[in-house]
Design a protein around this ligand. Structure first.
Ligand code: BG6
Length: 449
């Protein structure tokens, strides 16, 4: 079978997020987010300096331009716009992102913006965070300011990055005694309502905007063909993956997830208009992050949930224990297009690794090139099957602090010298081997993969 061409206007990009890339955590009126006040795992970098992107973006974007990037997926820090989540707008925050857009424009790089990427204003968290319905209005208010201010400069928006991972984190925390399962489900529901309101507002006021959710989606396999394992995989898929597209795109909770919430006496409280609000919002696109597949078996009597995550004996892991499964990427693309019938943009995909800077300033990262190449190849096959993928943003454009494992877990095409984990280092930038490789892929519009 001949390989399909990528569309001529395919968005070859790369990705970052504000709290992981910008640093400058308390500059120019920025308020504290939950990331700024969290205690990072022992020995790992916090989010105060990160890659110092706040000050160095012109240099970084010049490198993005040199790589030929067509688009750049980044997030806007809510706390730069509203330091406490609500109240007065911080003009310096809006100005900063205007400079970001101006700089991207120099290189003809299309902005792909996330409104909320794990960095809830700490002031809102103190009042209950997403479990408090007041956060819905705070988010909608913040989003309106951003959409109005930057329209029509930004076409591509995601509402919430990895809502499903936020939900999963809250569920695991609840099982360890921090919060309740019901709070986790309620917070998740409130995010659905908030995102729906923002989508509808965008469509009513800025018809050029293409907006949607950005969950983390994976292929889920049963460990064996035993029906109990298959059923466990089916349950896990419904709650881990499909719930998020189903509510946001189809406008309804899937039955498996809802039934599970009821079993735990944790179904969310619904305000009278909630489901109508959700059903009225129609995302233009499904944005999603794909890193790995997951495998489960049937639960046994000691398991809290009706599935148990296990290692897949047929799949290799990266050095941080994440499954590497490019074919799972195609499985996921097929499944999502079958179910939702929307064009898709990949907002994250990548390999975290300990990279080494050689004495002569090189970083040889063939493992990252292989990972990305194999995933792009599967994406190309999927496009050949008629699945409309219109953009791809590897995580990450440049090294930044990982969500859980510090700076030494690197993902970027560009190496940032942070010295040892907790030093600031020189912050000098170095192009990795993957930089030249991705530049070549973009220059060939993917036909060399
Ligand atoms: C996604 C997030 O979960 O995965 C990113 O959207 C994150 O913020 C990325 O950094 C990789 O995860 P980690 O924990 O390796 O940084």
């Amino acid at each position: 079978m001949a390989l399909a061409d990528f569309p001529h206007d395919f968005l070859w990009g790369a990705s970052t997020s504000a709290y992981q890339y910008e640093g400058a955590y308390n500059e120019d009126g920025k308020g504290l987010s939950v990331q700024d006040v969290a205690t990072p795992p022992a020995g790992t970098a916090n989010f105060q300096l990160t890659s110092d992107g706040y000050h160095r973006y012109p240099e970084d974007f010049a490198l993005f331009g040199e790589m030929g990037m067509k688009s750049y997926r980044f997030s806007i820090a809510w706390t730069r716009i509203f330091p406490n989540g609500t109240g007065e707008v911080n003009q310096a925050g809006l100005d900063y992102y205007q400079h970001v857009l101006d700089e991207l424009k120099k290189y003809h790089i299309e902005p792909v913006a996330t409104l909320f990427h794990f960095d809830l204003p700490a002031a809102l968290q103190k009042q209950g965070g997403w479990a408090n319905r007041a956060t819905i209005e705070a988010f909608v208010n913040y989003a309106k300011v951003v959409l109005d201010h930057f329209s029509p400069q930004i076409t591509y928006y995601q509402t919430i990055n990895e809502q499903n991972m936020l939900f999963q984190g809250a569920v695991f925390a609840a099982f360890k005694g921090h919060g309740t399962f019901k709070d986790a489900v309620q917070a998740n529901h409130n995010m659905f309502v908030a995102a729906a309101k923002v989508i509808t507002y965008a469509h009513e006021n800025h018809p050029e905007i293409k907006i949607g959710p950005a969950p983390n989606l994976v292929a889920i396999y049963p460990l064996t063909a035993r029906p109990g394992d298959v059923l466990a995989a089916n349950t896990y898929d419904s709650i881990r993956n499909l719930l998020f597209g189903d509510v946001t795109i189809l406008g309804r909770y899937n039955h498996v997830a809802w039934h599970l919430f009821e079993q735990f006496h944790a179904a969310p409280d619904l305000a009278p208009d909630d489901m109508a609000t959700i059903a009225a919002a129609h995302p233009d696109l499904l944005y999603f992050n794909y890193y790995n597949s997951e495998t489960v078996r049937a639960a046994d009597s000691s398991d809290m949930l009706p599935f148990k995550k296990v290692l897949n004996p047929f799949i290799n892991q990266n050095e941080f224990g994440w499954d590497i499964d490019p074919e799972g990427f195609r499985v996921t693309l097929r499944q999502l297009y079958d179910r939702y019938n929307l064009p898709m943009i990949i907002t994250e995909n990548g390999l975290g690794a300990h990279d080494t800077l050689t004495d002569d300033g090189q970083v040889h990262d063939p493992y990252r090139i292989k990972y990305l190449n194999d995933h792009i190849y599967q994406m190309r096959l999927a496009i050949g099957e008629g699945i409309p993928v219109i953009g791809y943003h590897p995580w990450s454009a440049i090294d930044l602090v990982s969500t859980h494992q510090g700076f030494v877990k690197r993902y970027g095409f560009i190496y940032v010298d942070r010295g040892e984990e907790n030093d600031s280092g020189t912050l000098k930038r170095y192009k990795k081997d993957s930089f030249a490789w991705y530049k070549d892929v973009i220059a060939h519009n993917g036909d060399n993969v």
